[in-house]
Ligand binder design. Structure first.
Ligand code: ASP
Length: 343
């Protein structure tokens, strides 16, 4: 079925999916997307117009950086009116961070931005990249009654379509590498793609607004039994630090040791925004449920509810980068602005 009116832009950032084995040396080298129809002739069967844009240089996603996020967001903005949907090919290692960042940077999104990648390169016989890539294109192009089906930033990996800012990479080996512990899949993929429509964000009818001011003065502090006072105080005293994701235990608990609460209180009074996120892959922070989080609530540590760490870091970079007043940042951190938390 020809469907020439649908157009998809594939943005290739790097990562395993874009690799193939060099016949002569056996080494993995970047795939030439100029030859994509030769390697994946089935792409023609969609009947869509599919254009490719490769970033230069291509990067392993472990080298991902907010400056790259800005380039990606700007590229989507530039091409926004010319395409029905976008597929971003990205290394899986930091895909959840980039997808989270895009969800905040692309405000009022009304078109699909589907991230995908693979555990094995596209150019390998057993690759998972082929299915991931083809399904991501189908999802990015999906329309029903002329309306876009998934107008949000999502991740497609191994038969699952997940909200980007709800996702974490949890497996370094299996094809099934991503989990969304606090939000259901946006679609189940089998013989048919069954969209979970009531869970998918609806466009708000406003024009796309791209935010590119990200503040990198944020950090993550993961608690563990025996964490030392010196270590905690050194982190909290870092001069330029403006936002800190505090990865706590269970439903947002931490040691009640007086030095810990004191160190946090001093930092919060100085203006540091401390966002409480659980180390668990599922479930939410509930400050005050146990005595071990009461003091944190009292001194102004902010509850991150059920946000992922990836989303929390990206949201802090975005909100602080916007230069909003401290109280507005604290309010917005506790509000779901892109479907990133359940309140
Ligand atoms: N290290 C690679 C990357 O994240 C792994 C992958 O592509 O899945 O770029």
């Amino acid at each position: 079925m020809q469907n020439e009116e649908i157009s998809i832009l594939v943005l290739y950032t790097g990562g395993t999916i874009g690799m193939m084995q060099d016949r002569a040396t056996g080494a993995l080298v970047p795939f030439d997307f100029g030859n994509i129809y030769k390697h994946l002739p089935v792409l023609k069967n969609f009947g869509f117009r599919i254009d490719f844009y490769s970033f230069d240089p291509l990067i392993d996603s472990s080298n991902m950086h907010p400056d790259f996020w800005v380039r990606l967001a700007q590229k989507i903005e530039e091409a926004y009116d010319s395409y029905d949907g976008f597929v971003v090919l990205h290394g899986s290692d930091t895909m959840a961070y980039t997808a989270s960042a895009m969800s905040f940077m692309l405000e009022n999104l009304s078109k699909p931005v589907v991230f995908t990648g693979s555990q094995l390169p596209l150019g390998m016989v057993r690759t998972d990249g082929r299915e991931n890539f083809l399904a991501a294109i189908e999802i990015a192009a999906a329309k029903e009654d002329n309306a876009v089906v998934v107008p949000e930033v999502s991740i497609f990996f191994q038969n699952q379509l997940l909200r980007g800012n709800r996702t974490t990479k949890f497996n370094a080996e299996n094809f099934d590498a991503f989990a969304s512990g606090n939000f259901p899949s946006l679609a189940e993929i089998g013989v048919h793609i069954k969209y979970n429509k009531e869970k998918i964000l609806k466009p708000n009818g406003k024009n796309l607004k791209v935010h590119t001011r990200l503040d990198r003065n944020v950090g993550i502090l993961k608690l563990f039994p025996g964490i030392s006072e010196t270590f905690v105080r050194n982190i909290l005293n870092m001069q330029d630090l403006k936002g800190l994701v505090l990865e706590t235990f269970g439903s947002g608990n931490a040691t009640t040791a007086p030095w810990f609460i004191d160190a946090l209180e001093v930092a919060v009074k100085r203006g540091l925004i401390v966002l409480n996120i659980t180390q668990c892959k599922s479930g939410a922070v509930e400050m005050g449920r146990y005595e071990t989080s009461l003091d944190m609530a009292r001194i102004g540590v902010v509850s991150g509810h059920d946000m992922t760490t990836e989303s929390a870091v990206a949201k802090l970079m975005y909100l602080i980068g916007e230069g909003l007043p401290h109280d507005s940042i604290v309010d917005l951190l506790q509000t779901s602005i892109r479907g990133e938390m359940t309140i």
